[in-house]
Design a protein around this ligand. Structure first.
Ligand code: PRP
Length: 180
C-alpha cells in the first residue's frame, strides 16, 4: 500500500466485482438502445474502462471534461464545460454518464441537465462511489457502485492535487498529507 494511504476502502477485487455487477445491469437495461457511455475526465477513466469490459451489448464511448471545483476541496457549485461532446446524432443517443464519485451532486445534476438540453434521447448516470453525506443538491445516480462515508478518498482515478489516480484501489488519504 502507498505510504500516504491510511486504509483501503475498496480493494481491486471489490472494484472488479462492483464493475461486473454494474456492467450486467447496464447490458440488461440497454439491450435495445443506442448506448453511449460518456466518461467525465479525468477521474472516471479507470472505472469507465472496468465497466466497459463488462458490457455485453453494443455501445460507444465518449468523454467530456467539466470542472465543478475551484482550487480548494469544496465544490464551487458552478459547472464549466472544458471539453464537450462533438456529435451530430445526440437525438439518437441513450447517454449514460460515468463518474468516479458523487459528492455535492453539483457535477452530475448539472451535467445531466446539460446533456438533456443538448438533445440526448435519454440521460442516465453511473458512479463508482456515492457520498450522500456531502450532498448540496438533491441527486441520485441510476447505477451506484457503493456508498462511502465522508472520508478523503483517492485512487482508481480519484486524485489529491493530481496525484494518486494510478492506485489500483480506493484508499483513505492520511490527514497529514493534505493538512500541512
Ligand atoms: C470530481 C469527480 C466528479 C466531481 C464530483 O471531479 O470526478 O466529477 O468531482 O463532485 P460533486 O458531486 O461535488 O460535483 P474533479 O472536478 O475533481 O475533476 P477530476 O475528475 O479531473 O479529478
Amino acid at each position: 500500500m502507498n505510504r500516504d494511504i491510511q486504509s483501503i476502502l475498496l480493494s481491486e477485487r471489490k472494484i472488479r466485482s462492483i464493475s461486473k455487477r454494474i456492467g450486467r445491469e447496464i447490458s440488461r437495461d440497454y439491450a435495445d438502445k443506442k448506448l453511449v457511455l460518456v466518461g467525465t475526465l479525468k477521474g472516471a477513466l479507470p472505472f469507465m474502462a472496468e465497466v466497459l469490459k463488462n458490457i455485453t451489448v453494443p455501445c460507444e464511448i465518449d468523454f467530456v471534461k467539466v470542472s465543478s471545483y475551484g482550487s480548494g476541496t469544496t465544490s464551487s457549485g458552478t459547472l464549466k464545460i472544458l471539453l464537450d461532446l462533438l456529435r451530430s446524432d445526440m437525438a439518437e443517443c441513450d447517454v449514460l454518464i460515468v463518474e468516479d464519485i458523487v459528492d455535492s451532486g453539483n457535477t452530475l445534476s448539472k451535467l445531466t441537465k446539460y446533456m438533456r438540453e443538448k438533445g440526448a434521447k435519454s440521460v442516465r448516470t453511473c458512479t463508482l462511489l456515492d457520498k450522500p453525506s456531502r450532498r448540496e443538491v438533491e441527486f441520485e445516480a441510476d447505477y451506484v457502485g457503493t456508498v462511502i462515508p465522508d472520508e478523503f478518498v483517492v485512487g482508481f482515478g480519484l486524485d489529491y492535487d493530481e496525484k494518486y489516480r494510478n492506485l489500483p484501489y480506493i484508499g483513505v488519504l492520511k490527514k497529514e498529507v493534505y493538512q500541512k
